[in-house]
Design a protein around this ligand. Structure first.
Ligand code: LMR
Length: 398
């Protein structure tokens, strides 16, 4: 049956983790996958999550959740994206389901787009998270790209981005990273978001926000929702993928939310029923445990406060790691500019290292990162920053 099946290409991000795990070297460093580590390089379970689990234990049954997941968790999650006092939530204008984290939210949306706007395409920034391409490809939505990153300045190519938004056919779908753009760590300023939103209005484009890193850009989830709030103020009907993988450290729990803002409650009821219908043949209904953790943390004012403090703690440690990496490179006398390490934000630094330089880092120094030169700053620690800087200097000096 399967004689003609060829092995699939390695995943450009998760394949790096596989290679890292297979390397016996004691010096090895993993700055590949975007997963937070403490300053000892160890995975972190947040204290608010531990406490939520203590409260849940004993009260947990193993029943199915509805197809759309936990209503309580969804409601709390929407407040994070749309605001505590959002009229859209009050007016029940948001169709939303619990999703299998951010990827699952993107995938259900892509399927929804394909089913109900079968002739549409999706405009994707260059570059973007590698898996975005897979998601829309597998949903059979044709992909177009728009300019985003400016390699020379290691910042945003705002002028070209705006040109692409203007020249796309009216009513196009655009994928936007709400904050802490992956992989570049480069976000539009508030002013630029306003201009983008205005132009979307002029063109009648549909903005779909992937918000996988809410809290990691500024340390404050509320501030990180600014891009979305600007679009909402302008009256856009948006779509949004939310994830608790990074900001609550619930990576393996696969818990997130897909929401679609609708014209009125009746439309939202219909859209939600169709989103559920898409989920049913894929996985029936989402898992319980992560949703309970989220609703317990966000539903209790004290636990939520603790969560906000812990998110800020993670974001601050990453900022410290950025400063340390830049200082170490400068101390080594690198003639290159490393300002972008501290200018970029969120979990990643888009270092500018070439695929060949990354290969040397891996082969000669056992340092693992994606070949596009993305460094997961969450994997940088006091213990490995000197080693990392030295290796980067060795492969990048002329
Ligand atoms: C990443 O970009 O490293 C994360 O979003 C993890 C993943 O699934 O790719």
């Amino acid at each position: 049956w399967w004689r003609n099946v060829q092995p699939a290409a390695k995943d450009p991000i998760l394949g790096v983790t596989e290679a890292f795990l297979a390397d016996p070297s004691p010096d090895k460093v993993n700055v590949g996958v975007g997963a937070y580590r403490d300053d000892n390089g160890k995975p972190v379970v947040l204290e608010c999550v531990r406490e939520a689990e203590r409260r849940i234990a004993g009260n947990l049954n193993m029943e199915y959740l509805p197809m759309g997941g936990s209503a309580k968790m969804v409601e709390e999650t929407l407040r994070l994206a749309y605001g505590e006092n959002s009229d859209l939530i009050k007016d029940k204008r948001i169709a939303a389901i619990q999703s299998l984290s951010g990827t699952g939210a993107c995938r259900i949306f892509a399927e929804f787009q394909r089913r109900f706007c079968p002739d549409s395409q999706i405009y994707i920034p260059v570059p973007t998270w590698a898996n975005h391409h897979n998601v829309w490809r597998d949903a059979h939505v044709p992909q177009r790209t728009f300019h985003y990153y400016h390699p020379e300045s290691r910042g945003l190519d705002f002028a070209s981005m705006m040109d692409d938004i203007k020249s796309a056919p009216n009513g196009s779908f655009f994928l936007l990273h709400a904050c802490a753009h992956n992989p570049t760590g480069v976000d539009p300023s508030e002013e630029q978001w306003r201009e983008i939103s205005y132009q979307f209005k002029v063109k009648g484009h549909f903005p779909f926000f992937d918000m996988a890193y809410q809290g990691f850009a500024s340390g404050d989830p509320e501030r990180d929702a600014k891009s979305i709030r600007i679009f909402l103020e302008d009256g856009h009907l948006i779509g949004c993928a939310q994830s608790f993988a990074k900001n609550m450290g619930l990576y393996g729990q696969r818990v997130g939310c897909l929401s679609v803002v609708c014209g009125d409650e009746k439309e939202a009821v219909a859209v939600k029923s169709q989103l559920q219908q898409l989920a049913r043949p894929m996985y029936s209904n989402p898992p319980t445990h992560g949703a309970l953790i989220v609703s317990t943390v966000l539903g209790d004012p004290n636990l939520k406060k603790l969560w906000l403090k812990e998110v800020k703690g993670m974001a601050d440690r990453i900022i410290g790691a950025r400063i340390a990496l830049r200082q170490n490179l400068e101390k080594l006398g690198s003639s290159l500019s490393w300002k972008h390490i501290t200018n970029q934000i969120g979990m990643f630094c888009y270092s500018g290292l070439t695929p060949e330089q990354v290969d040397r880092l891996t082969n000669e120094f056992h340092i693992y990162m994606t070949r596009n030169g993305r460094i997961s700053m969450a994997g940088v620690t006091t213990g490995n920053v000197g080693y990392l800087a030295n290796a980067i200097h060795e492969v990048s000096k002329s």
